[in-house]
Design a protein around this ligand. Sequence first.
Ligand SMILES: *Cc1c(COP(=O)(O)O)cnc(C)c1O
Ligand code: SF4
Length: 335
Amino acid sequence: MITRSVATVDSLTWQEQLATSIRDPKQLLNMLGLDTSLLDGALNAHEDFPLRVPLPYLQRIAKGDPNDPLLRQVLPLGSELLAAPGYSDDPLDEQNSNPVPGLVHKYHGRVLLIVSPNCAINCRYCFRRHFPYQDNKPGRSEWQHALDYIANDSSIREVIYSGGDPLATSDKQLQWLTEQVASIKHVQRLRVHTRLPIVIPNRITDSCLQWLTSTRLIPSMVIHSNHPNELDKEVANALYRLKRAGVTLLNQTVLLSGINDTLSALQQLSERLFEVGVLPYYLHQLDRINGAAHFEVTDLRAKQLIAELTAALPGYLVPKLVREIPSANSKVLIL
Ligand SMILES: *Cc1c(COP(=O)(O)O)cnc(C)c1O
Ligand code: SF4
């Protein structure tokens, strides 16, 4: 059923693909031919943080396999509701680096702008799953405060569009925002942190390329792919368009138990990324957000994986293993 509808799904606009996302755990299990024994847990966890998976992503999930590495990223599980020591609702303490609504200034020379509170997909390990987005609801007047803050601090050289997912916003809004950022003389670089090219590759429209590459700002994009199965032909096409337009493409991955914590998954991911024009940037240790404890990989195992990757691949295909620590002034390298 899913394969038969491929042509139709791909011919929808990105907005239509967003609007037709699967949000019902029962429907997801049915469509994938999965056992209904997963349903009770899924419904409970879905109440805490809803299921959301767009059809272009769903197409890449194998039917009948509860351990599919893409499914595991989106399927709510009952075990998310178990409390785990060291896990909390704001592990990064970002709520203390939020000088004006919608802006996070924690690292020297760069600020995060929460451009959109929405995501195209809900990833179960997400460190923003309990973020108080109601207080960070962006629009032009809220952005104006953030823009004033950036204009008043000449140490800020890079503005990072973040979220949620910044590309969940319309190109019209992004065009406006980017022109405002470009008008601040000391800002040199624009970076977009997004999972949308992976989840809904049709999001990379001509008008998206237009605002991203038509200002004096040097554009880069950090996509967020966790597994080689995510990088299908449609994704490759979207990335190719970005690259051809002059956007530097990097990837960050979250290391996730049962999803990508093997040498073969990480090696294939790096090689496939390079094939589609993207360099591996960061391999993140999980942020300890409530609900994600079952995804944790120990530092010992993570370091072992990096050693194995280093032995197997050229240096430029080995991501940096990092973790975020609330008090640190950059991501912290795990050596
Ligand atoms: C990750 C992150 C950045 C960007 O860090 P880089 O090391 O430049 O990629 C900036 N601010 C915050 C709060 C971050 O979490
Ligand atoms: S796309 Fe990113 S911000 Fe959105 S739910 Fe997934 S991990 Fe979280």
